[in-house]
Ligand binder design. Structure first.
Ligand SMILES: Cc1ncc(COP(=O)(O)O)c(C=O)c1O
Length: 507
């Protein structure tokens, strides 16, 4: 019987059931999707054939003139309407790359393609260890709040990982900073020295304490606080310094500690982005008076939201513990020695944290391979600078971040980001310098040329703990092609979320 396939947007994927294997091969060749859907004269889907199905049939003696219907797969997977799109998406995987969506009558009304949904995030959590087992244990035993064995085990394991006696879990990295500053007695009239290039939390928590953040420029070689500039920022009001181990590279701690000790200043290491990084063989977070960590979902290990403070001092640990728990003494319930906060981590979060920490060496090993792969493919491209790596440092490359030197490359960072986004590749610009931001406009007189330059030039590439090497290759190949063909790319400005259609390549 003669019948026609109705023309629609999916036509390239659809053939009639009465065609031959030759027709199927021709359709597969045309659509390049590796699959065709077969429909009958009522436009109802009856089966599908993939490249491999046809290959297998021919290898087993089928003739190219045989009816396709004879070999089609009738037990295929399909999505239905009405259904939550997410339920249909869940049916897609590496084998099922094109999913027909059928209405109640069996007509193909949509096609979901894995390729259309493909998106490579900058950083996504990997929760494939004992996270579920431990969380279910919390639920089964009712220990879901901030008391329970996982809080203790997570804190103990974290301390051991850093080689420190005291680790105290908190609700997030920002709370960790606030707790550290409060425990050190930072308050109104005090000043705290902070690198100009960082996430805002160290500065905003200083302000929350009533103190003033004083910004210092960063080094181009480490992207972190320039130790040579710290002393010039010290006044009689300076109480503390917060070196931030930015993007996983440690600060040059010896000169920072030396000047801090000489002037009697406290040092809080902000290790939110650098768990596992080392300075001259010492773990970050174990060098200053207090270390603070974040376990937000984009960090090396995560608890969803969460954080940790670490210290070698029993006195500081006890102070932070008191302040974290409403200032309530552990000896007498509801008796508050000081006014404090509730910055506790829940047992549920700690359960996830413990499972994550158990995997940290696996994560680190994979990160080393990924970093090597990025470096191999990007190192020779003119105008691209790879992330910092000082001889004395173990960088954990929280987010593999590169600089686009506009003068050398003739291409601006935002143009590259825009093209990566078009290919489904997520990136982030480096942080904006703090002195440029509205809450700190009183410091506009100072100059921070390195922070300004790094911020305008840098972008972070996908660096998840389980990122596939072929995805790294894909990122690098898009970068190579944009850098090579930059003269044909227009100038996109991603920060304004608009596409400028200037004919010029340079910006
Ligand atoms: C350097 C730095 N400090 C502090 C924080 C705050 O951590 P959290 O998001 O857990 O509050 C972050 C967060 O990304 C950070 O990057």
């Amino acid at each position: 019987m003669e019948f026609v396939v109705m023309e629609n947007e999916f036509s390239a994927l659809i053939v009639a059931t009465n065609v031959t294997l030759r027709d199927v091969l021709a359709a597969l060749d045309r659509n390049g999707k590796g699959v065709v859907f077969l429909i009958d004269c009522d436009q109802v889907m009856r089966g599908l054939l993939t490249d491999s199905d046809v290959r297998r049939a021919l290898l087993h003696g089928a003739s190219i003139c045989d009816p396709a219907e004879q070999y089609m797969n009738r037990n295929y997977i399909f999505g239905t309407l009405p259904k939550e799109k997410t339920e249909n998406i869940a049916l897609l995987d590496e084998k099922i790359c094109s999913l027909p969506i059928l209405d109640a009558a069996g007509h193909v009304v949509d096609i979901l393609r894995l390729a259309d949904l493909w998106r490579l995030p900058v950083m996504e959590p990997v929760l494939k260890g004992k996270e579920v087992e431990y969380v279910l244990d919390c639920l089964a035993t009712n220990w879901i709040s901030s008391q329970g064995k996982y809080v203790e085990r997570f804190e103990e394991s974290f301390g051991m990982y850093l080689g420190l006696e005291h680790a105290l879990s908190v609700s997030n990295g920002t709370a960790a900073l606030h707790l550290a500053l409060a425990a050190l007695g930072v308050g109104p009239g005090d000043e705290v020295i902070i690198p100009d290039l960082t996430f805002i939390a160290p500065a905003s928590m200083t302000v929350l304490c009533g103190a003033k953040p004083v910004f210092v420029d960063v080094c181009r070689t480490t992207w972190t606080m320039d130790p040579c500039l710290v002393e010039a920022c010290i006044t009689t009001r300076t109480k503390a310094v917060i070196p931030v181990h930015l993007y996983g590279h440690p600060c040059d701690m010896d000169p920072i500690m030396e000047v801090a000790r000489r002037y009697g200043l406290y040092v809080i290491e902000d290790c939110a982005e650098a768990l596992g990084a080392e300075y001259k063989g010492r773990m970050v977070g174990s060098i200053g008076d207090i270390g603070v960590f974040s376990f937000f979902a984009n960090k090396v290990i995560t608890t969803g939201e969460g954080g940790m403070v670490t210290t070698g001092s029993a006195e500081l640990y006890n102070k932070m513990r008191l302040l974290r728990d409403h200032g309530m003494t552990r000896e007498k319930r509801y008796w508050h020695l000081v006014t404090g906060f509730n910055y506790r981590l829940t047992n549920l979060q700690a359960a996830i944290g413990l499972a994550q920490l158990e995997k940290i060496n696996v994560f680190m090993q994979h990160r080393e391979i990924v970093v090597k792969r990025y470096a191999e493919q990007l190192q020779d491209i003119q105008g691209i600078h790879l992330p910092p790596q000082e001889i004395w440092a173990k960088n954990i490359y929280w987010l593999y971040s590169i600089l686009i030197d506009q003068e050398q490359s003739g291409l601006c960072r935002d143009t590259l980001m825009r093209h990566l986004a078009v290919h489904g590749i997520d990136t982030r610009p480096l942080f904006y310098p703090l002195h440029q931001q509205p809450p700190f406009s009183d410091q506009v007189d100072s100059h921070f040329p390195n922070a300004d330059w790094l911020s305008a030039s840098g972008l972070s590439l996908p660096t998840s703990n389980n990122i596939r090497l072929d995805d790294v290759d894909k990122v690098c190949s898009v970068i190579r092609s944009v850098m090579k063909n930059k003269s044909i790319f227009r100038n996109y400005d991603i920060r304004q979320d608009s596409i400028e259609t200037k004919e010029t390549v340079f910006c």
